[in-house]
Structures are given as C-alpha cells and as structure tokens.
Ligand binder design. Sequence first.
Ligand SMILES: *Cc1c(COP(=O)(O)O)cnc(C)c1O
Ligand SMILES: [Zn+2]
Length: 431
Amino acid sequence: MQPCLNCIAPACRASFGINEIIYNCPKCGGLLEAKYDFSDIDVHLLKRIWRERRMENNPLDQSGVWRYRELFPFLDDYNSVVTLREGNTPLLQSVRAAAYGGLANITFKHQGFNPTGSFKDNGMTAGVAQARRLGMKRVACVSTGNTSASMAAYASAGGLDPLIFIPNGNIAYGKLAQALEYGAKTFQVDANFDQILALVRVLTERLGIYLLNSINPFRIEGQKSIVIEMMDQRDWKVPDWVVLPGGNLGNVSAFGKGLRELHQLGFIDRLPRLAVIQAAGASPFYEYMREKGSKPFEAQGHPETLATAIKIGDPVSWPKAQFEIETSNGVVESVTEQEIADAKAVIGHSGIGCEPASAATLAGIRKLKLDRNADVVAVLTGNVLKDPDYIYRYHTGALQAPDSSPIKPNFGNAPIVVPNDAEKITALLAG
Ligand SMILES: *Cc1c(COP(=O)(O)O)cnc(C)c1O
Ligand SMILES: [Zn+2]
C-alpha cells in the first residue's frame, strides 16, 4: 500500500493520493489524515536505530522530528526536507510546580526549546517538506502568532515565499517580530481569524499557494514526533496522563494519532490518558465534551483570552480531537485567566518558564485534582519570551483580563525601586 490521505468521516472514508493538493475531503468536506503501510516496522530495531541517530552529524538524524521518520513516511526521498534541528526538547522536573498542581512529581516536555520557540516547528518542518516536494513556490497561513513565526522561518530557510495573514491587533509582539525578521510578507486584515481563513482559502486556490494552517495533515504528522520523542526519552515507559493546551486542537489530534500508532505497532504497552485544557473564554471544545458530544458542536463567535495561542472559537480539528479524547479515556477542562496567570508564574519561578497558553496545563492539572502519585507529563507549548508584555504586567499588578477585570499578582515579583545606598539596601535585604 502506498501512503495516502484518508477522509476520517466514518460515513465516507474516501482515499486520495498523497500528492493531491487538498486540505479537506473533496467528497464530503471531512478532515484528512495520512495513512501508511507499517507492516515492515521492526520495533526493537527502530528503537535502537533512533537512539544511535542521536550521535550522528547528519542533519536528518539530528532533527528531533526526522529522526523518527519511519513513523511518518509520506515522502519518496528526503531532498525536500528543511530542518533547523527542531524537536530535541527536554523533559524537565519541578518540585514547586508539582506541589502547586497537587502532585508528588511532574514532568514538563518543553516545546519552547524549539528553533522558533514553539511546538509549531515540529509540524512545520513536515508541512514545508511537503510543499517543496509538490513544487510549490509560496506558502500561506492565518495565525494567532506561533504558526506564522514558524512558517516564516521554515519557508525562508527552504527558499519559499511565506505569506502571513493576521487579525489586526491581538498578537504577541515576540511572535510578530519573528515573522517580520524571518522575511514573511505579512498582511494585517481587519477581520477575525475565521473570516481571514475563508479569505485565505480563496487566495490559495486562485493563486496556487500551499496552505499551511493546522488543517494541513502533514503538519499533524510532524507533530506526532513530540510524543514519539517523549516516549523515547522515557525509555518507552507510558505516563498516566499527557496534558496539553487546546486551541485549534491540531496538537491533541497529533498526540492521539501518534500514541495510537505507537501502541498498535507495539512500541508501548498501553495508551496514556489525554487531558486538553482550554481557556474559559475560548472553550467551545470543553463545552461540547461536557455534554459528551450529545449536542451539535457549536463555535464561539467571540473567543477571549490573554493566552492568544489558544484564542480560537471555531477549532478546525475538533472531530479528530473528540476521537482521541474518547479513545484514550481522556478529559477536557477549562481554566480562568487568573488560574493561567498564577500557574504561569509558578512555572516561571521553577526556572522553567513558558508562554500563557502553555501554563493552562498546570492550571488544569491543579483543577482536575489528579491522583497525587500519578505520572503526569505536561506539554509546555511555547517559550517564555514570546509574550514579555504579559509577564511585566502580571508581576507589576497591571494585567487585566479581556473583560477588564484585574488579575491579581498572587505570585507577583515586581522590581523594587531603591536608593543608591548600601545601608538602606542591606536593611531591606535583612528585613
Ligand atoms: C498553537 C499553540 C497552541 C494550541 O495548539 P492547537 O494545536 O491549536 O490546539 C497552544 N500553545 C501554543 C504556545 C501554541 O503555539
Ligand atoms: Zn469524506
């Protein structure tokens, strides 16, 4: 069987060539996913090869994504790959954060250590490889920030022209700065995310531009490497929980698919439970799953949260996410702006740090009251420097939620103004 793109809609399941430039099923509009023949996979051999590749100087092997290429073999050869040595992100422990989350131990898988500072790099290296393999010259995305930063870097590194469409305002400066610096043509459109996506779909079709939004199934394939690398780093010991923030729900879809494939092939002996955490002001998936999917999925017209990376009212990948949550016996939780801000400061004080959306994980863990001795991996999706403005405001007591209510700096650490006087500073430090 050749690699192909399959429609995930149970009533359709149509199959398409891996080289077709489609983002939804042409028959029913359903989401697409890549499918492979894995019959030649040798689990023990691959586990050894993947370990050995860590010591190689070959760029493909040094990449924490392409090192695991046997589990997403959609390319005929690897000439189209652009790697900035994405992945290779650490597992970090924190006693302080574990205590805050009501756990004896916690492990963070920190995707903020990626080349452009978020997990989007794991998927983008795969999406850009597919764009180059198809001979596309231009790529485009609509983004709240990290997708544009990542796409700009990978497209430019690969000699493609990146076109970025962003909603006016509402984007963290660190991310916009990256897109400009990496050479993306950047369009600010006076419309919301969903309206701009519709616009961009017209433009990509008309002008032969490749679309790299998270609906792109090849980005999902690359993001599977996050859980594959995590399991490799844990010597294939399965945690009880994998916790991640949810916006467009592409990442939970990738985690679920990656873990199911690892399980079916025999790399791991069971599935961890997935927990997706949404911001209360942008929580359509939480609301839907609270009703156990018994009512039709309803988008939110005006999502609001300071965690801009998860400020999504109409997540494209919700059908995949629902399947993965149900298959893994997972849960969906929502957390307030105050809870996100405090959890973020605790992660920061652990010496680890992350952007606001990432901190929803620890806030959610605290709220879920998991078993104290559970083995929990929380995925920190973005780097602490993505949104410095938020940090300064929180610590100085100036941060406000989108509805203008104040956020208390419960773990605030404001700079202290002192006179140029050793005696007075000594007295202060003694007190
Ligand atoms: C994109 C992003 C998310 C949300 O991921 P989805 O796949 O859209 O659910 C969360 N955190 C950060 C930092 C992101 O960049
Ligand atoms: Zn279909």
